[in-house]
Structures are given as C-alpha cells and as structure tokens.
Design a protein around this ligand. Structure first.
Ligand code: ATP
Length: 345
C-alpha cells in the first residue's frame, strides 16, 4: 500500500502545535523511519496516521487512493507494534498471534495456517505453546511483530519497538527486524530517536524537529548530504568547525585547512563548515596541530578527543593498531571533500 499525507497538522486542545502542516508519501513496501529528538512530533504523526488522533481541519490521509481521514482506527486495517509489547500475558504465543484473526472471524483452520506461517517466519515455532510470561524481551517483541502482521494489515506502524530491550539484544533484533519487514513486503513506518536504528532499518528516514520534517531521504543521502546543520549534527554527529575563511582557506586556532574548489569561489555567503570524526585523520603532514585529551578504545577503532584546534574538542576516529598518548601533540588533516558546508543554524 502507498501512504500519502497531505497538509497534515496537529494542534492539541491545550494549544500545543505538535505537528505543523506536513506532506509525506511512503511507497508500497517501503520502510520509512521517523527520527528526531524527544518532543519533535514523531509519535503524534504516527498516531495521526493510525487514526488514534484527529488532524487539524484541512489535513488528509490516503491509503492508496482511499481517503481514510474520517475512518476510525479499527477500520484502517493497520498493524501496530509498541515499545511495551502490549501482549496478553496469560495467553500462549499462538493465542496472542491468533487473536486478531479470531476477531476477523477467520475459520479455525485458516487461523492455524496463518499463525504457523508467521511463527515460522519470526523463528517462534519452538515457543508456540509457551505463555508470554515465559519469554525473553526479544522473543516477546517478535511475538508482538508476528501478531501485528498476521492479520495482513495494509500498513505496519512501529513506535520505538526496540527501546525497552537491552543494548545487545537491541542490536540483534534491529538487524532481524530489518530482514523480517522486507520479507513481509509490508509498508511500514517506524518511530525512533536512535539514529543507528533508523539508518540500519529504514529505506528512507524522515528527520523531524519541532513539529516539522527537516529532511527526508535515504540513510546515505542524510549522512552525506544533510540539508541543514540540525540534520548533520543529529545524524552522524557532525562537528561544527570554529574559525574563519581567509585566502581560500579556513583558519582555525590549531592551523588551517584547504577548502573544496567550489567553496573557494564562494565569497558572498559564508557557510558553516562541518566535519565528521571519521574524516579527521592523524597525519604527520597534516596542517592542523592539537593535543590529545582523551583516547577511547572502541574495538574497531579509537575515538580521540583533541584540544587546541578549536574551542570545543575535535574528535578523530583512528583505526590504527595503536593510539597516541594523552598529552601528546599530533598533526591532523581533513579531506576537503569530506567537509559539509551548511547555512548557519
Ligand atoms: P518522544 O520521543 O519523547 O515520544 P515525540 O517526538 O514522539 O517525543 P510527541 O509525543 O509527538 O513527540 O509530542 C510532540 C509535542 O506535543 C510535545 O511538545 C508534547 O509535549 C506535545 N504533546 C503530545 N501529546 C500531547 C497532548 N495529548 N496534549 C498536549 N500536548 C501534547
């Protein structure tokens, strides 16, 4: 199913404008993530799509070509997965998954067939007859997903489905969820405040801020071509470089960096320059010099904080076998093509 939201806004009764007029389209089978800091309106947008909230006057929502704006939640044929699994604790796994199918008044044999199928897909067959109370958090969340997809909804809406799980399980289930959603081929919208989760699972990510979608794009586009300082910082923690433009260079406290050719000729506007820690390199011939403040070993690389280059620390990700010592003075370079030039926030 394709989803289209047009002129969709939400003002709560107390006057809070949680969502400003928004346009959004999601393609058949696409997984879209709504990503943003707390309070930016992700849940509000998801609840509006579900029909759990009513949009302000003038907003419309289409499932394919059907205008479902006036349809109540139970008539929209959506599947939902929440952070708190919302399962029936005393029922078996099979009972939970079959519940919605019973409500659809399917025959007993058809229910059994469909339940077996999703049990298999979600790797839950061995647990079919267990009670929910006897499952781990990850297994419970797989049951919640199985239960949501069993009735073959038109669209699946997931609200922070992994945030109640511990870190290791969250990573494991994240990859599994990405695979399962693609296997089901179902159009899905996924709310998260975790950038890694959004980038790992979604085909496209809508980054939200203050009730507005700041940018929508593939994970690669958001990462490499952020349209604003907010997106650059929120997705991939880009650092704003502190300094000034002079003689086709950018001068900083700890040295100067070369600019990409297109920036050298730009004299009228002065953009802010951003860089990601992975594009800052320890390099004996580099034109920046700083002091190592801290070194954190992260397995695949070291994260090094450097002072003396700009007011805030500049971070560098270093994948060598050894790292410089704290207090050591090091030279660094920044590849001009990795600089992000963005309008001042
Ligand atoms: P979080 O990640 O913390 O859940 P969110 O991005 O999902 O945040 P929303 O829950 O959509 O954000 O809230 C958006 C704004 O609307 C916030 O300022 C919130 O306080 C406000 N809000 C949410 N629900 C209501 C309500 N029922 N009445 C009034 N204001 C509300």
């Amino acid at each position: 199913m394709t989803l289209k939201v047009s002129n969709f806004a939400k003002t709560y009764p107390d006057g809070t404008k949680a969502l400003l007029p928004t346009e959004l389209e999601v393609e058949q089978g696409e997984i879209l993530s709504l990503l943003g800091p707390s309070g930016c309106g992700k849940t509000t947008l998801l609840r509006l799509i579900a029909g759990l909230e009513t949009p302000d006057k003038g907003g419309d929502i289409f499932f394919d070509t059907d205008n479902v704006t006036a349809l109540p939640v139970e008539k929209r044929a959506i599947g939902m997965v929440f952070q708190s699994y919302a399962l029936f604790p005393n029922m078996s796994v099979r009972g939970n998954i079959g519940y919605g199918l019973k409500m659809q008044k399917l025959s007993t044999s058809e229910i059994a067939e469909r339940v077996d199928h999703v049990l298999e897909l979600c790797h839950l067959t061995p647990y079919a007859d267990r009670s929910i109370n006897a499952l781990s958090g990850g297994q419970r969340q797989r049951v919640a997903l199985a239960r949501a997809v069993a009735p073959r909804p038109r669209i699946l809406l997931l609200d922070e489905p992994l945030s109640a799980l511990d870190a290791a399980l969250r990573d494991e289930l994240r990859d599994e969820l990405a695979l399962l959603l693609r296997m089901f081929g179902i159009t899905a919208i996924f709310v998260t405040h975790d950038q890694d989760e959004a980038l790992a699972i979604a085909d496209r990510v809508a980054v939200m801020k203050d009730g507005v979608i700041a940018q929508v794009g593939s994970p690669e586009i958001l990462y490499r071509k952020p349209s604003s300082a907010f997106v650059a910082e929120f997705v991939g923690n880009a650092m704003r470089l502190d300094g000034h433009f002079q003689d086709k260079k950018f001068k900083m406290q700890g040295g100067e960096i070369a600019l990409p050719v297109q920036a050298q000729s730009k004299t009228s506007s002065t953009p802010d320059l951003y860089v990601r820690a992975e594009d800052v390199t320890l390099d004996q011939t580099g034109s920046l010099e700083g002091t190592v403040n801290s070194v954190t070993f992260l397995g695949t690389h070291y994260k090094i904080a450097l002072s003396g280059i700009m007011e805030d620390a500049l971070y560098c990700l270093h994948s060598g076998q050894t790292a410089p010592a704290i207090g050591e003075t090091v030279s660094l370079s920044i590849d001009p093509s990795a600089l992000l030039m963005l309008d001042p926030a």
